[in-house]
Design a protein around this ligand. Structure first.
Ligand SMILES: O=C(CO)[C@@H](O)[C@H](O)[C@H](O)[C@H](O)COP(=O)(O)O
Ligand SMILES: O=C[C@H](O)COP(=O)(O)O
Length: 940
């Protein structure tokens, strides 16, 4: 048997005397718990100095915390607390499982600066206890004279205490006294004693390191004295430990203890510390093998633990040679060695040994903090021509209003004046600080990634709609898969062809499916989840849930169903963070981490932008506020088509921005329309309704776009440019655009966080689905105005032929209008190319802006603007026969019927808002049908 496991027969618990973020994340600690019977962890200031100070493992977290305005002390605490929490969580099953074992603890020490400060120790001990907020944390307090009253008080408060820096027997007795008194205080106050655990850490190797040279010197002098000294070399530490154990047995046996035990108290176990051997002449397991005995703990450094695993000989030895141990301690004074004096020295020296590396760590953290604060955010350049003065005036107005402060204070009257609207705004502003929260969750997510990879998963599919999948879509396009990541696909359509494509492209049994739905009630992700769950059930039976992960809000119905289906993990997001503002929460970051991206870095950059936007005090210039004010003012002045120009790799950033801006601002007949994926054309083809925004990379030439933008600027169009250094700066851009969108909404007097008109399409779809359930198929409510070449045209406009219908429809275009293509089709390069051709031809003839989206994705995005924004859209909806339809398990309809119902439902909703619509049904072959339609377009 592995000696690490075998040692349990002797009722000794081995704890690890080390902690670091990598071992928490990469599964090492979990493996030691599972395979090596590890039962706890101790940390100390020197350990953290090594883990944090001597590595780059924590750098992005340090930067992020610095940018949050945290002090160096706060940064240290935050890093240490996050690690201790993560370790506590790994030990939690052990802690919860064996109520008599008193194991599963992780120790966190109070600052070494407080070694002689009773009140400071109590205050910090309580603070750490509450901050870590785990029942299986132990707060470490030094056994100095000033530490003793603090131990008593903390125990009385119900805090688990690891008493550290014990070197001598006399002090050990005082430590047990403080523990007992603390329990008695607590009992007296009528508070429960069960599960208040404490250990007394007796430091060993350091005793021999100090005493051995003295003994060796005497031994060298020879004679009887020399012989006596020689016999004691290397024996003093073990003798002290053995004697301490006898004291333990006596103290925790008498009537005083019995009274406390009767109330559920547990003994304060002895913990052997400083058990790594320092003397090359001794066996490396000297302070492990010789100290095995019931109800004791040994906290062991990594190297010693590994040696013990290889060749340890566990046996009950703690009570062997007791007489000899007593003799050693009794006869030391004969040699002129006053052990008490030396242990006093060890105590002072011990404090120094924690203080020095800790001070070094704080210095290096301070330098990193200052360095982070010197970093700049990606600048935005605005060339607004004649609009500049109006924008300047608005920025002045906002500053006079103290807008930034009000914004961060969630003063909802900055947006709307009605109480209900204000209430809704206040309750959806959690995104403002979610990046800060997520910094503390990075270890948890990275640990999860490790678990997933260790379980053998080879692929990740993220499934959801709108804000729940937009950020993963952007990450996938903007980044290569990270070295430590898995390939990722995103499913955000009910199109059966696409569902089939995804299914065929992944190794099902080794694929992790993430069902992402904030509300947990959105029909599409639930359908995706059910579909793939049924597939996995066929492959893995009752273990299907292992391949599923949920990201949802606390309390959503989905939590219940995912739990019942045995999902591997449920990440609970934050109800005060809305879907389109959730890129920097679990929704964006869990997929990003699985894809191998450094999410700590993304957050650090986001926090840099938070800082620049005034999160930690006044900020001028304020990049989010200025961009938002400009977009709001330009929209008010008729420049309401925000035309996004991006290099190929960032094309999907357009999807994210479309949702954010359109769904936030497009309501009450107002709004900003994001125009994505429209290649820049000649200056003469644009109306006076545009503002162009370029988001690209610094130093990456994009000649074609740059020269066209120059020409557009010269023609009087406002141009805004943002040049990022690298894709990780998307962390900044997410935050900047969220702020800008919220600010622009304030300028327009709109609540950016609701989507009142999305429901209209959902309600109509629900009605149609009910009809499907009752009648078996979708009701056909209207007749085509024209049908040609297998393509049918449905519209309110009239015409004898396809060409006439198309002409009549597009001739309705007025300056300031836009064309909106809505393709409920399988996304293929050929389909996308035809849609692009249609956009270009309409722009060439009518000079209007155009957008293009695949359904039902855009329903969760720009769909709000279509119905709630100004009545300027010409909507062309494409449907087909869904030749590759797929059944939905447990439902009476198929994916294809569901998608068609969504299309028809939205069409009905658009018509109920009197929008100008044209539905083009392309028949069985969408690519062919599109070509037929393009051929029918009137020639200019
Ligand atoms: O938590 C504890 C004791 O409770 C341990 O981390 C303890 O501080 C360490 O064992 C010692 O500091 C290590 O000492 P050494 O091996 O450097 O002499
Ligand atoms: O943008 C959000 C989509 O409508 C999806 O919502 P959900 O995350 O509640 O499923």
């Amino acid at each position: 048997m592995n000696p690490l496991v075998a040692i349990r027969q002797f009722d000794q618990s081995l704890w690890l005397d080390f902690i670091s973020r990598p071992i928490l994340i990469n599964g090492t600690l979990q493996r030691r718990i599972t395979d090596e019977a590890l039962r706890g962890v101790t940390s100390n200031p020197a350990i953290f100095a090594k883990s944090i100070g001597d590595s780059t493992d924590y750098d992005s977290a340090v930067q992020a915390l610095a940018l949050q305005g945290k002090t160096t002390d706060e940064i240290y605490t935050s890093l240490a607390v996050a690690d201790v929490q993560a370790a506590c969580d790994l030990f939690r099953p052990l802690y919860d499982g064996e109520h008599t074992s008193s194991d599963g603890y992780v120790s966190l020490e109070v600052s070494p600066k407080l070694v002689n400060d009773t009140e400071g120790t109590i205050e910090e001990g309580l603070r750490l206890w509450h901050t870590v907020d785990r029942p299986n944390v132990m707060i470490k307090v030094p056994a100095t004279l000033e530490g003793l009253p603090a131990i008593r008080r903390l125990i009385a408060e119900g805090v688990n205490v690891n008493v550290t820096l014990i070197f001598g027997l006399e002090r050990y007795r005082l430590v047990t006294e403080a523990f007992l008194a603390g329990l008695e205080d607590r009992a007296q106050a009528g508070r429960p004693l069960a599960r208040i655990d404490s250990v007394a850490s007796f430091f060993l190797s350091r005793i021999d390191v100090l005493i051995d040279p003295l003994l060796e010197k005497i031994a060298a002098e020879g004679g009887e004295r020399g012989q006596l000294a020689q016999s004691m070399v290397g024996e003093v530490a073990l003798a002290s430990a053995k004697q301490a154990y006898q004291m333990y047995k006596e103290i925790f046996a008498g009537p005083r203890w019995a009274a406390l035990q009767a109330q559920g108290a547990e003994t304060q176990r002895l913990l052997w510390a400083s058990t790594g051997n320092k003397n090359p002449n001794y066996d490396d397991l000297k302070y492990v093998e010789n100290l095995i005995g019931p109800k004791t703990v040994n906290t062991v450094p990594v190297e010693t633990l590994d040696i013990f695993r290889e060749r340890g000989q566990p046996a009950n030895r703690l009570e062997e040679g007791l007489d000899q141990a007593r003799e050693v301690l009794r006869r030391l004074p004969e040699l002129g060695i006053d052990l008490k004096e030396h242990t006093n020295f060890l105590e002072v020296d011990g404090a120094k040994k924690f203080n020095e590396p800790f001070s070094k760590l704080m210095l290096s953290l301070d330098m990193k903090r200052k360095h982070a604060l010197g970093e700049m955010v990606v600048p935005v350049t605005m060339r607004l021509g004649g609009y500049q003065s109006a924008v300047d005036k608005k920025i002045e107005e906002l500053n006079d209003q103290n807008f930034t402060q009000g914004f961060w204070d969630k003063k909802a009257d900055l947006w709307v004046q009605d109480e209900a609207g204000q209430q809704s705004i206040r309750s959806f502003m959690g995104w403002l600080r979610v990046a800060e929260t997520m910094v503390g969750r990075v270890p948890e997510i990275e640990q999860f990634v490790h678990e997933v990879k260790a379980a053998g998963f080879k692929h990740v599919v993220v499934m959801g709609m709108g804000g729940s999948t937009m950020a993963p879509i952007v990450f996938k396009a903007a980044f290569e898969q990270g070295a430590a990541g898995l390939p990722m696909s995103v499913l955000d359509t009910t199109d059966p062809g696409t569902v089939r494509q995804i299914e065929a492209s992944v190794p099902l049994a080794e694929t992790l499916f993430i069902v992402a739905s904030k509300s947990g009630t959105t029909a599409e992700p639930l359908a995706f989840g059910d579909y793939f769950y049924a597939k996995l059930k066929e492959l893995k039976g009752d273990k299907a849930g292992e391949n599923f992960v949920a990201i949802t809000d606390p309390g959503s119905k989905f939590v219940t169903s995912a739990t019942a289906q045995g999902y591997r993990r449920i990440f609970l997001n934050f109800s005060e963070v809305g879907g389109r503002f959730s890129a920097l929460s679990y929704f964006g970051l869990v997929p990003a981490a699985l894809y191998g991206l450094p999410i700590g870095e993304l957050l650090e950059r986001a926090i840099r932008m938070m800082r620049a936007c005034g999160a930690y005090g006044d900020a001028k210039p304020n990049p989010g506020l200025e961009l938002g004010a400009a977009l709001g003012v330009l929209a008010q002045l008729g420049r309401d088509k925000l035309t996004l120009v991006v290099p190929e790799k960032l094309s999907d950033l357009g999807l994210w921005l479309e949702q954010l801006i359109a769904e936030s601002t497009g309501k009450e007949g107002k709004g900003i329309l994001p125009v994505a994926g429209e290649p820049l054309a000649d200056v003469g083809l644009y109306g006076q309704d545009r503002v162009f925004v370029y988001v690209g990379y610094k130093g990456q030439a994009d000649e074609t776009n740059t020269s066209k933008l120059k020409a557009l600027e010269q023609a009087g169009h406002p141009i805004i440019s943002i040049f990022m250094d690298e894709a990780l700066d998307l962390g900044q851009e997410f935050f900047r655009w969220e702020v800008a969108t919220a600010v622009a909404s304030a300028v327009l007097g709109i609540n950016p966080f609701d989507q009142p008109n999305v429901q209209a399409a959902k309600t109509a779809t629900d009605g149609l689905m009910k009809a499907v359930e009752e009648q078996g198929s979708l009701p056909e409510k209207s007749q085509p105005v024209a049908s040609e070449g297998g393509v049918a045209y449905y519209s309110a406009v009239q015409g004898e032929s396809a060409e006439q219908v198309l002409k009549a429809f597009f001739d309705q275009a007025r300056p300031g209008d836009f064309l909106c293509l809505q393709a409920y089709l399988t996304e293929t390069p050929a389909v996308s190319a035809s849609l692009q051709e249609l956009r270009a031809r309409v722009q060439a003839q009518y000079h209007i802006a155009s957008t293009s989206g695949y359904g039902p994705r855009f329903l969760h995005s720009t769909g709000q603007y279509h119905k709630g924004g100004p009545d300027t859209g010409l909507f062309v909806q494409f449907t087909n026969d869904n030749p590759q339809d797929l059944a939905l398990p447990g439902r009476s309809y198929t994916f294809g019927t569901f998608k068609n119902a969504q299309a028809l439902g939205d069409l009905e909703a658009l018509q109920s808002y009197h929008r100008r619509t044209l539905r083009v049904h392309l028949g069985a072959d969408a690519e062919k049908g599109l070509k037929t339609m393009l051929a029918a377009l009137p020639k200019t």
